[in-house]
Ligand binder design. Structure first.
Ligand code: ARG
Length: 651
């Protein structure tokens, strides 16, 4: 059955404007990795969709045109067809399409100039790039998407989209749901390795950033129908456990009694045990023995270790619960049993060499080697990460593995990935799959421009930080008089949404590579580019719809959306661009791209709504404008959802 299904599928040439122009689609591995009929069908249907996309476009029907992803991707298909006719001797020219804000059009095709330099020496009939642009324009297949086309400057082909097509597309999304605007990345399974704090140590603001960014990336992939393994790669192994276990035995002769409440602060416990370790050679000796006994699998030591991990887990969970983030723990210890086999495999391939008593892998272009077995024979962070990568590729069949940590770990991951390429686990090129990506981020700074710390304590307890964000937003609600108007429950849930949403958005809106300054007053401001402003803007749109007294579902089905006024059209085009923006944010793993989009959407909506010529309630265009309000609210909610922010409907 597998063979016949495979044969049914026509060969797929590399798509021209696919998920950010990936050079390689892992279709065959996906097929062989498909375990059930439904898996298989899914892979096959993806191939069919793509096959449909690349067929001759001049004969394309409207129906096919409609299921082709973002506006940019749909235009790319049209230009692809035109380019084939315009320069038949230049196959595989990738259409270069960009959104533009100029007065000449909504999008432009920028191929003419590059093509000209390619063909000018080859006896072409064209006389310069503007002529190439003209031909590209003239050879475009007719499409209801396009209102008009013009060539400008050195050969830019400008496209004005048809208002009618735009209105229809937005209304179609309202009827069929925003999921129809989701990207289609060429992977079935991805791992997002994020948060990943260390047991018994501090969960610091770096882990908070990783948690927030990682959750958003996972959400974007899930929206794109990728199966995401949300991995908490906690640091739950290593020599520090010997010291912790011995200290536990000392403090709690009956160590099963050492619950979270009994121990209190696990970080303080860690510090105290470290002090003991450093000052008492006899204790140190016992601690080192404890590591051996733990690693040898001795029951009592395993139980003590599990107990310590459990207490930490309860602590971490409080943060995840507040943030509404779901993670599945597969800590470092999970990969232990696999390490020797993986290193043996790499050794057989000739990758592992002896260096100063350690066993290492040399990486081209890096002056230090990757140590995979320490000189004392023990394994380290790198041995675990190499093994985890092997496991994720081979056992979990992940096609995209994403690691979210501070930029300080970039070199570590770079070396692990390069070692994996040397071993042939990953393809050489960076645009091929399976693929591993390190998502680095900068520091969180305090007001003083230094690493973020609270006034009196050395470290910031994340739970306290989140609690403060919530209590501040609750106070703001009370100040607005909500204490009298709303039920206690409503105040609580709104304060949760606003407070935690503010912390998340303040982090996500910056390019993740830059450091960002943590400032409650700024993030909780109801003006400017903040979650508070955006959440209120959404609530206001909902209230416009409520005040109209109309049944919006009914209008969606039976009313008609039209884009007449310039401000309506501007809003419409921005709504339509949601699909390509999410695709870009997801491909480049940049949540700030989505934040920028959301903020602009809110601004463009305000411009429309505050224009007296675009009156909504009571105007003769009420139905259409209410639909535009609803579409804005739907897209905003999807953005919030992807950013892990809970929307509010009332303010
Ligand atoms: N536990 C590490 C830390 O706190 C982060 C782990 C990231 N993931 C990984 N696979 N190395 O810095």
């Amino acid at each position: 059955m597998l063979t016949s299904l495979t044969l049914l599928v026509p060969p797929v040439p590399p798509p021209l404007l696919s998920f950010n122009r990936l050079s390689h689609f892992p279709f065959s591995p996906s097929i062989s990795a498909a375990t059930s009929a439904s898996d298989l069908l899914r892979v096959v249907s993806r191939r069919l969709v793509l096959a449909t996309k690349t067929q001759s476009l001049t004969t394309m029907t409207t129906q096919e045109e409609e299921c082709m992803g973002s506006v940019k991707a749909q235009l790319a298909k049209l230009f692809e067809a035109s380019l084939k006719v315009t320069v038949p001797n230049e196959p595989d020219v990738e259409p270069l399409i960009a959104a533009c804000t100029g007065k000449f059009g909504d999008y432009q095709c920028n191929n003419a100039m590059g093509l000209w330099s390619k063909i000018k020496g080859k006896g072409t009939q064209f006389r310069g790039p503007p002529a190439v642009g003209e031909a590209i324009k003239n050879n475009l297949p007719t499409s209801e998407m396009i209102e008009s086309c013009s060539v400008a400057g050195p050969g830019f082909v400008n496209v004005v989209l048809s208002k009618n097509w735009m209105s229809k597309s937005i209304q179609k999304m309202l009827i069929e749901g925003i999921d129809t605007w989701a990207p289609m990345p060429p992977v079935k399974t991805a791992v997002v390795d994020f948060s990943s704090p260390n047991i018994a140590k501090e969960m610091h603001v770096g882990h908070l950033r990783s948690t927030i960014i990682g959750d958003t990336l996972a959400r974007m992939l899930e929206f794109s129908k990728v199966k995401v393994l949300r991995r908490n790669h906690v640091g739950d192994w290593g020599t520090q456990f010997g010291m912790l276990i011995e200290f536990l035995f000392e403090k709690f002769p009956n160590f099963e009694d050492a619950t979270e409440t009994a121990i209190g602060d696990l970080q303080a416990f860690y510090k105290a045990s470290k002090l003991r370790f450093d000052s008492d050679p006899e204790f140190k000796e016992r601690a080192q023995q404890a590591v051996v006994r733990l690693q040898g699998g001795e029951e009592k030591y395993r139980r003590a270790w599990a107990q310590i991990c459990e207490i930490s887990r309860t602590e971490f969970h409080k943060v995840y619960q507040r943030l509404g983030v779901h993670l599945e723990e597969k800590g470092e210890s999970f990969y232990n049993p696999y390490i020797p086999g993986v290193i043996e495999g790499l050794t057989k391939q000739g990758l592992v060499e002896e260096s100063q008593g350690a066993r290492v892998i040399f990486i081209e272009g890096v002056n230090i080697p990757l140590i995979v077995v320490k000189s004392d024979g023990g394994f380290n962070y790198a041995s675990t990460d190499l093994t985890a990568l092997w496991y994720r590729l081979n056992e979990e069949k992940a096609e995209w593995i994403i690691y979210v940590t501070d930029v300080g770990q970039q070199q570590h991951f770079d070396m692990v990935f390069k070692a994996a390429k040397r071993a042939g686990w990953l393809p050489q090129g960076d645009n091929s799959y399976p693929k591993a990506s390190h998502v680095g981020f900068g520091l969180v700074l305090g007001e003083d421009g230094k690493r973020f710390r609270t006034r009196n304590t050395e470290v910031v307890r994340l739970v306290d930080l989140l609690d403060e964000a919530k209590s501040r937003s609750k106070a703001a609600l009370i100040e607005r008089g909500k204490g009298e108007q709303w039920a206690e429950e409503e105040i609580e849930s709104t304060a949760d949404a606003v407070g935690y949403g503010a912390v998340k958005y303040a982090d996500l809106k910056n390019n993740r590579l830059t450091n960002y300054t943590f400032n409650f007053d700024q993030m909780l401001n109801d003006k400017g580019n903040t979650a508070v402003y955006l959440l209120y803007a959404h609530a206001r749109i909902c209230s416009i719809i409520r005040r109209s007294g109309k049944d919006i579902e009914e209008l969606t089905k039976n009313g008609t959306l039209v884009l007449e006024h310039k401000d309506e059209r501007d809003l419409g085009i921005h709504l339509l661009q949601f699909a390509e923006v999410v695709e870009e944010a997801c491909t480049n793993l940049l949540p700030n791209v989505l934040c920028d989009y959301l903020y602009n959407l809110s601004e463009i909506f305000s411009k429309f709504y505050s224009n007296p010529e675009c009156k909504v309630i009571g105007s003769d265009k009420e139905t259409s404008r209410l639909l535009l309000c609803e579409a804005t609210a739907v897209v905003m909610r999807k953005c919030f959802n992807l950013l892990g922010i809970t929307p509010i409907y009332k303010i």
